[in-house]
Design a protein around this ligand. Structure first.
Ligand code: PBG
Ligand code: ZN
Length: 328
């Protein structure tokens, strides 16, 4: 009558639970996103992302030191340029905001791994991730002309000192183009973290406030993936691996745990999960209302990404998580 198998035996003491825990989150798993703006002494809180700021380069450097002191190994930089145009000049210019921020951070904190997001949407006048014919209001992003711009962007970022290039535009052949560009410029040792399976998601809404990168017309559905597709993610990663990706990312994370698992099982490369802006904002909103326990929700969520197969997690919660990990 009574059960012989009693899983509860291993749950009787905190130390015992700790001993048999299968998945453990580490500070070394975390990557912290930062937004660079022109100017000096600037820290603008993003309205839809409490605790996240657009920072001028002097403040980015301070933040980078803090992140490093917390034991977080890496940041990823996004930029909001002073001017935007049809050629996304601010993305690939050697004096672009991300290039300048990267150089400043590497000088101040050489051992912090600086990733650069390689995309055009923050720099194009229309907010799309690629090149459009002047005056084209249909939002038909031209694939191959975009590759040339992405190549230039990646090379300028590597020249500025970026340790890892993270192309995120979901153009066909973007990993190959970026790899070729880096190799030709002598950056054979700079790894590529590909946004391999990136979905056309409503969860990016707050990021577009933070990065001022909402498309002015149309949407991103002709280049980002349809949320209903998981097998197609395997096609995308197969291509990115063949093109030379060193790490693969799944984005967003929370509603795509099945994709994280499939990508993990289908490849030998490190897998990153991007816990995106909307996922962060929902937790923050609920926590600020006192409706959920922020620390427990965040730690459970981040641990679950790892359980699903993520080796690395890009998250706006990184600094808080590092503090909570340090305290436990
Ligand atoms: C740029 C890019 C986006 C995000 C990361 N890189 C936005 C988008 O595709 O519109 C979103 C990150 C987030 O929501 O936190 N292509
Ligand atoms: Zn983009």
């Amino acid at each position: 009558m009574f059960p012989t198998h009693r899983p509860r035996r291993l749950r009787t003491h905190p130390q015992l639970r700790r001993m048999v825990r299968e998945t453990v989150l580490n500070t070394s798993d975390l990557i912290y996103p930062l937004f660079a703006v022109p100017g000096d002494g600037i820290a603008n809180e993003v309205k839809s992302m409490p605790g996240v700021f657009q920072l001028s380069i002097d403040k980015i450097v301070e933040e980078a030191k803090e992140v490093y002191d917390l034991g977080i190994p890496s940041i990823i930089l996004f930029g909001i340029p002073a001017d935007k145009d049809i050629d996304a000049t601010g993305a690939w210019h050697d004096c672009g905001i991300v290039q300048k921020a990267t150089t400043a951070v590497k000088k101040a904190v050489p051992d912090l791994i600086v990733m650069n997001d390689t995309c055009l949407c923050e720099y194009t006048s229309h907010g799309h991730c690629g090149y459009l014919e002047t005056g084209d209001l249909t939002g038909r992003v031209l694939n191959d002309p975009t590759l040339e711009l992405l190549k230039k962007t990646a090379v300028s970022q590597a020249k500025a000192g970026a340790d890892i290039i993270a192309p995120s535009g979901m153009m066909d052949g973007f990993v190959k183009a970026v790899r070729e560009g880096l190799d030709e410029a002598g950056f054979q040792d700079i790894p590529i973290m590909s946004y391999a399976a990136k979905y056309a998601s409503a969860y990016y809404g707050p990021f577009r406030d933070a990065a001022d990168s909402a498309p002015q017309f149309g949407d991103r559905k002709t280049y980002q993936m349809d949320p209903g597709n998981a097998r197609e993610a395997l096609k995308e990663i197969e291509l990115d691996i063949a093109e030379g990706a060193d790490m693969l990312m799944v984005k967003p994370a929370l509603s795509y745990m099945d994709v994280i698992l499939r990508v993990k099982e289908a490849s030998n490369l490190p897998v990153a999960a991007y816990n995106v802006s909307g996922e962060y904002s929902m937790v923050k909103a609920a926590a600020l209302n006192g409706w959920v326990d922020e620390e427990r929700i965040v730690m459970e969520t981040l641990t679950s990404f790892k359980r699903a197969g993520a080796d690395l997690i890009l998250t706006y919660h990184a600094k808080d998580a590092a503090r909570w990990l340090g305290a436990s």
